[in-house]
Design a protein around this ligand. Structure first.
Ligand code: AMP
Ligand code: ZN
Ligand code: FE
Ligand code: FE
Length: 277
């Protein structure tokens, strides 16, 4: 039995509903998945309901977008209490920031000669956690770019001309927020952020794991992070970062997994927290 611990739904920028990702997990022979939407937890309950029906364990998770040292870091949280009031309050602030940001991105695009109606972006996002992938899809629909890659390369990348920042936690704040909500904080796809030097500071804040197995990591990077996990005594997690069939990413749900023992270690770590250790 195996687990894919990095899955997005249509409540952030995935293209499949929570019910669809659980159904797909079942079809692909995956016994456990974690729902890790960007800065939002609304996909967890509907996924759990479907999981109970199909016999797939759904682990409540989140993926916080954070920023430090002029780069983006993603902090995953597992076994969070997704009705924690402080967590929900922070999420609310982030969602408001994301909404305002879409208008600002459209203004920047306009100054670059690209007319994009923010309402088109919200329609694609379904008024949920609007983000750059939704802007990218709107740009494709309007015929300004051919695909997601071109949308990001020409306009939306972190250092691109239409990039706009939004309210984010610092990585340390995200780690603390996950721990305070009873969860286990994990550094997501660390090779993408390329700032290993931050790991000791994140551990002081309460970081417990590292996502060594990841769709965007090559073998050398995976080995490097397995070594770092061992050196620092961090748990190892992994997953596909599944975003759905129409997301422009080819990876299928469940093609990168960790064994059940990895999930049990995360579960035990979340229980340690409850005991106040
Ligand atoms: P946001 O949270 O709105 O800033 O959007 C970030 C999301 O955009 C990431 O989590 C990815 O899902 C997606 N993304 C970032 N860079 C790229 C890229 N170069 N190509 C395709 N998708 C990307
Ligand atoms: Zn995403
Ligand atoms: Fe991520
Ligand atoms: Fe992700």
């Amino acid at each position: 039995m195996s687990a894919d611990l990095h899955v997005h739904t249509s409540f952030s920028d995935g293209t499949c509903s929570p019910e669809e990702v659980v159904t797909l997990a079942k079809k692909n022979g995956i016994s456990k998945i974690a729902i890790t939407d960007h800065d939002v937890v609304d996909g967890i309950d509907p996924a759990r309901k479907k999981g109970e029906e199909l016999g797939v364990e759904v682990i409540p998770g989140i993926e916080f977008t954070t920023e430090a040292q002029d780069t983006e870091l993603h902090i995953l949280g597992y076994f969070i209490n997704h009705s924690d009031p402080k967590l929900l309050e922070a999420i609310g602030r982030m969602q408001k920031g994301r909404e305002k940001r879409i208008y600002k991105i459209c203004e920047k695009l306009k100054s670059l000669g690209v007319e994009l109606d923010p309402e088109k972006v919200f329609a694609i996002a379904g008024h949920r956690a609007a983000g750059r992938p939704h802007v990218a899809r709107a740009l494709i629909e309007a015929g300004y770019v051919r695909d997601m890659r071109e949308a990001f390369n020409r306009y939306l990348d972190f250092h691109g001309p239409a990039y706009v920042s939004h309210y984010k936690l610092s990585p340390e704040e995200a780690v603390k927020m996950v721990a305070a909500a009873g969860g286990v904080a994990v550094f997501g796809h660390p090779a993408v952020s390329n700032c290993d030097e931050i790991i000791p500071d994140l551990m002081v804040a309460g970081l417990r794991g590292i996502e060594a197995y990841y769709s965007g990591h090559d073998q050398g990077q995976t080995q490097h992070y397995l070594n770092l996990a061992k050196k620092y005594g961090l748990l190892v997690t992994g997953g596909t970062d599944y975003h759905g069939t129409r997301s422009g990413r080819e990876i299928d749900l469940g093609t990168i997994t960790v064994p059940d023992e990895a999930v049990e270690k995360l579960r035990a770590a979340s229980h340690e927290h409850l005991r106040g250790n």
